[in-house]
Design a protein around this ligand. Structure first.
Ligand SMILES: C[C@@H]1N[C@@H](C(=O)NCc2ccccc2)[C@H](O)[C@@H]1O
Length: 451
């Protein structure tokens, strides 16, 4: 064990009500919106092949020209209630919205910089109306904040000289001021989603970041902050020098999903996912594979089955509307959630052996076990191996056919679930298992082989 001042301050999961609420979300929405939405991956008629929100770093783009986009930010069609209504229909329980991305442009009228919506043609605060609209729909809000700020002249990638140190100390105060400002202006926010914290300059600020995190938690009791905010005094990020998770949940699953339960080390976590391979801000043309609704539903099921939340990203257009592809995916996901949401909300790892047909999710609300089926076996029957001494009492479908199923015990703690009619679904579907303790002494006479 290494003595740490600025490592993890808690071992294991948070066990308070605020975190239990976060843990139960299952499905979330990410929103990346800002100046980068205007060029949308194109500059002087050429397509940038990186992520659209990183276009300022392209050698073809002068930072000053990029920063002048502030004079073109005027989302006349922005209607936060319509975004919140789309999210509601989709079935998301929380939204993570960019307050300030790496480019430093603030979607709220911050007092600590001029590079905000207040000095754009739009003039008005974006974050406040968004928080209000989502709160009205009963959708919780998490504020995304990038520590790295390319616009701020005091930002440094590393601290090499005394001048760097003087500048970066100003930057640290600026960052603290903005974060306290956000928590004060938008007190209904449930948490902060930090990004842009990988550079050496910030990684060297273990003590400052640790005390700032403590200050924010004191200002906003219950605040949820992930593992990407700070490093320990040895520069370790996400997991400290003793291998313990810093923050309240693991924030390493960006555009990737854990394979098995041991990959998540008993921690809470979220997976943040793009619809194309890697575009967060609005990009005029999406290159490569665009994920389908069924792919996204399977990612959602997999995340919840492994104790995580799945957060799907939307990149609104510069005029404030959502693009057609995102609207249709939100609708398809929402239609599926309307029928199957009880398998997702309050979902947790069920402890069953993974089967090829899909995913098990246990509900903390009902103790029911849900089978989320994505692949029908050639045999047409679905195998279930229960944790030992757990018997299956009943099996029924969640879809409107309320198709029912018969369970057949085929071995010790092993069952076949037989559909009572030919299942030829075109969409993933859910079977509910009601289970119970195997009667004492009742074994199906299954004898283990002696080997
Ligand atoms: C949530 C995403 N995080 C930002 C990002 O670029 N992260 C990954 C990354 C980190 C370091 C170099 C390149 C890319 C993206 O711009 C999104 O905001």
């Amino acid at each position: 064990i290494i003595q740490l001042q600025h490592g993890a301050h808690r071992l294991g999961r948070r066990n308070d009500a605020d975190m239990a609420r976060w843990r139960a979300y299952g499905l979330g929405q990410f929103i990346h919106w800002g100046l980068y939405s205007i060029p949308a991956g194109e500059w002087n008629g050429k397509m940038y092949n990186g992520a659209a929100e990183w276009i300022r770093t392209w050698k073809e783009v002068s930072p000053q020209a990029y920063d002048s986009l502030i004079y073109r930010f005027n989302p006349t069609k922005f209607n936060p209630d319509s975004w919140a209504a789309v999210a509601k229909q989709m079935g998301v329980k929380y939204v993570t919205i960019t307050t300030k991305h790496h480019d430093g442009f603030c979607l709220w009228p911050s007092k600590f910089t001029d590079f905000t919506v207040a000095n754009s043609p739009y003039k008005k605060d974006i974050i406040g109306p968004l928080v209000k609209a989502y709160d009205k729909q009963g959708i919780d809000v998490i504020l995304y904040f990038s520590v790295m700020d390319w616009h701020n002249p005091d930002w440094r990638y590393d601290i090499k000289t005394r001048d760097d140190s003087i500048a970066f100390n100003r930057f640290k105060q600026f960052t603290r001021n903005q974060l306290l400002e956000l928590l004060t202006q938008y007190p209904s926010a449930k948490g902060l989603w930090f990004d842009g914290t990988w550079d050496k300059s910030w990684v060297k600020q273990a003590a400052f970041a640790d005390s700032l995190e403590t200050e924010m938690r004191k200002l906003h009791p219950g605040l949820i902050i992930g593992s990407r905010f700070r490093a320990d005094e040895y520069g370790k990020r996400h997991f400290d020098s003793n291998g313990n998770l810093m923050g309240d949940y693991e924030q390493g699953w960006e555009r990737k999903i854990p394979e098995k339960i041991t990959d998540v080390h008993g921690n809470d976590w979220d997976c943040v996912m793009t619809i194309p391979e890697n575009q967060w801000g609005y990009a005029k043309t999406w290159q490569g594979h665009i994920k389908t609704a069924d792919e996204l539903l399977e990612m959602l099921a997999k995340c919840v089955s492994l104790d995580g939340n799945f957060v799907l990203n939307f990149g609104p257009k510069p005029d404030g509307t959502l693009r057609a592809e995102e609207l249709s995916l939100a609708k398809a996901i929402g239609d599926w959630m309307t029928v199957n949401k009880e398998a997702i909300y309050n979902g947790e790892y069920a402890g069953f052996i993974k089967q090829d047909w899909g995913y098990f999710i246990k509900s903390t609300a009902s103790n029911k076990i849900y089978m989320l089926v994505f692949n029908i076996p050639v045999s047409g029957v679905l195998r279930v191996a229960t944790p030992s001494h757990m018997a299956i009492r009943k099996a029924y479908g969640l879809d409107n056919a309320a198709s029912n199923y018969t369970s057949e015990e085929i071995g010790s703690s092993t069952y076949f679930i037989h559909p009572n009619q030919q299942i030829t679904p075109k969409k993933p579907f859910v079977i509910v298992l009601e289970t119970g303790e195997e009667a004492k002494g009742q074994t199906g006479g299954y004898e283990k082989a002696k080997t």
